[in-house]
Design a protein around this ligand. Structure first.
Ligand code: ZN
Length: 640
């Protein structure tokens, strides 16, 4: 045990002694960023209320508590006890036990009532010796959530070993800090392959690790890991802002080439990310392209992943603390706050963010105590990028759809599986319910359905204001009266052939492969049909080329190239976006600047086409009176 760990252990023993609770502790361990307290006698927890929380505050570390195995009931017995403790109206659904960690995942219908409920937790621990974790029983089954849960229980020993190894690096003695700089590896003056290296004298952290759709050239498609300044051996941690592949699609590649450190992200991101990475492999295979990694690399990533909740400040290196906050973009999306040294320097990275209302998520968080540097996206950063109000957008959307349906056409909506898909499903459900659009079948492609299943496991991440509404009338249900999932190609064929109007939601959102192309091929030549874009189209993608006027489509098929004339109507509805428009971006910077009380020195603009990034930087410098730049990929910026 190194000096840092020894010191923490001594602090713990001294604290417990001063509290007269020596009997509590059996031993101390370290896993990833957590200090693990093994408890000998759970009764002490009852007598000394909140002692673990107070201990965590005292040592300023994140603590996990475990009860010694001999104090745990046999799982069958424990399950009976838990069933008794869970109130009826909460809806007990099952319990999964992990004998390695001593944790029990309790699945219930109404998770919010039990999450963070100290009384309930203590009662479970006291009566069973197992430490509870509450999970929401999903109203749409997700094989990803079930698969990862199984993997974590079956591979618990292996995962603990990985986390113990990670803890060696986190709790290492520090020499000195300072010399903060960032290196732009991808996603600057462009949208795609987001990757930023943050370096201090002591440590090295990678923010996002994405790919760029719409290009096959490796120096364009992937972050610039090929330069001498990048050394995979030096990386302490990878932090993923959210699950879109332009932010996380390249993470398994790091594991393929020997990275064995942690990936920090929110819990929903972990699941959505694994699902989308697997899809990336499948889509590549279908297109006859060799994917940059395979499934075993994703498995590795999962073993080293450390999901974090919002607002939990966590040590990730000896001189960097991490705090994740809601970004409002998609389920589990984060604004990343890096706190370097003790009050020395703060970096805020927005990832993709929405500083405005959407149907499902609250607006991006800005109340940070300090921020010397803000790294902000600029997807819609140009002066002309102004979105209509939400109500107007919905009215426009309803009109478009009604019009197409009334003339007997089909509506094809390409959507990324995560984010816009659920937002649009929610809106369609409410419109159909209120009779604002004619009642026609809405077909949801399999990947979107699976992602929606993950959404239904994490309602606690939705905006508090919609949770009740959704709880009362949940649009995301296996037995939805409006939505029909499409799970196989035969069924897809039938939908295309049906001589009736319908609405189809299919991936990929930028028409870069996936089932949406099967629909597009057949629906494109008919004028009565419509193609409605609701999400951002990256330069170079088929979606973007159609928006820019392309009407002669070519599809690669087994028999050769098939040419199709696009005659269906094309619309672009931007008001549903999960990104902020120009005004929202500027407002965000103003608000943040106010919150951090004059500490903001520098704004770095990323994740936007060259013109937009430059325009936003110029504008921010003027109206927010800060130094603002739009660096190029490969630029190095000294911060402190
Ligand atoms: Zn995104």
């Amino acid at each position: 045990m190194n000096a840092v760990k020894k010191f923490i252990k001594e602090q713990i023993t001294a604290f417990l002694r001063s509290e007269g609770a020596e009997g509590l502790l059996s031993r101390v361990g370290f896993e990833g960023p957590y200090v693990v307290i093994y408890v000998k006698d759970p009764q002490v927890l009852l007598e000394k209320k909140d002692i673990v929380a107070r201990l965590a505050r005292h040592i300023r570390k994140r603590i996990i508590m475990r009860i010694d195995p001999e104090k745990r009931l046999d799982p069958e017995e424990a399950k009976k006890e838990i069933k008794e403790i869970v109130p009826d109206f909460v809806g007990f659904k099952g319990a999964d036990f992990d004998p390695v960690t001593g944790e029990v995942i309790i699945e219930v219908e109404r998770d919010l009532i039990l999450k963070g409920n100290q009384e309930f937790n203590t009662e479970v621990i006291r009566r069973t010796g197992w430490v509870p974790r509450i999970a929401r029983f999903p109203t749409i089954k997700s094989s990803t959530v079930e698969g990862i849960r199984r993997k974590y229980i079956e591979g618990s020993k292996q995962r603990r070993r990985s986390l113990e190894r990670i803890s060696e690096k986190i709790f290492r003695p520090i020499l000195s800090t300072g010399d903060v700089r960032i290196l732009a590896l991808g996603g600057f003056r462009e949208v795609g392959r987001s990757a930023i290296l943050v370096r201090t004298k002591e440590s090295c952290v990678l923010l996002d690790c994405g790919i760029k759709p719409g290009t096959r050239d490796p120096t364009e498609a992937y972050p610039r890991f090929d330069i001498p300044e990048f050394d995979i051996e030096e990386i302490d941690a990878v932090i993923i802002s959210h699950a879109h592949i332009d932010h996380c699609g390249f993470v398994p590649f790091l594991y393929k080439y020997g990275y064995r450190g942690p990936v920090y992200c929110s819990e929903p991101t972990l699941h959505l990310m694994a699902m989308l990475q697997e899809d990336l492999i499948d889509v590549a295979a279908q297109a006859g392209v060799i994917p940059p990694y395979d499934r075993k690399d994703i498995e590795k990533e999962l073993m080293y992943a450390v999901p974090l909740r919002y607002k939990r400040v966590t040590d990730i290196t000896p001189d960097i603390k991490l705090d994740l906050q809601n970004a409002g973009h998609i389920l589990g999306s984060c604004i990343v706050h890096l706190h370097i040294g003790d009050g020395l320097y703060n970096i805020i990275y927005t990832g993709d963010m929405k500083y405005g209302k959407t149907a499902l998520l609250g607006p991006a968080y800005y109340r940070f105590p300090r921020a010397e540097t803000l790294i902000i996206e600029s997807t819609y950063g140009a002066p002309e990028d102004l979105m209509k109000r939400r109500e107007e957008t919905e009215a426009e959307f309803a009109n478009l759809i009604s019009h197409v349906i009334e003339r007997g056409g089909k509506v094809l909506i390409p959507v990324p599986a995560v984010g816009r898909a659920q937002e649009i499903m929610f809106v369609l459900d409410r419109m159909l319910r209120a009779g604002k659009i004619p009642l026609v079948p809405v077909y949801i492609e399999g990947m979107i359905w699976e992602a929606t299943g993950i959404y239904t496991s994490y309602f606690d991440h939705l905006a508090p204001s919609v949770r009740d509404d959704i709880e009362a009338e949940n649009p995301f249900r296996e037995d939805s009266e409006f939505f029909t999932p499409i799970r196989d190609p035969m069924r897809r064929e039938e939908v295309i052939m049906e001589k009736k109007p319908c609405i189809v939601l299919a991936t990929s959102g930028m028409l870069e492969g996936g089932p949406v192309l099967e629909y597009l091929k057949e629906l494109a030549p008919k004028e009565e049909n419509a193609l409605i874009f609701v999400s951002y189209q990256i330069e170079g993608t088929l979606g973007r080329r159609i928006l820019d006027g392309l009407r002669e489509l070519e599809f690669r098929e087994k028999e050769g190239i098939r040419r199709v004339q696009l005659k269906m109507q094309v619309f672009n509805v931007t008001g549903f976006s999960g990104h902020s428009d120009r005004i929202q971006l500027v407002n965000y910077v103003k608000r943040l600047k106010g919150a951090v009380q004059g500490s903001l020195k520098k704004v770095i603009v990323c994740h936007g086409e060259e013109k937009k990034a430059k325009s936003l930087a110029r504008h921010l410098a003027r109206v927010c009176e800060v130094e603002a730049t739009a660096p190029h990929v490969l630029d190095m910026i000294r911060l402190y």
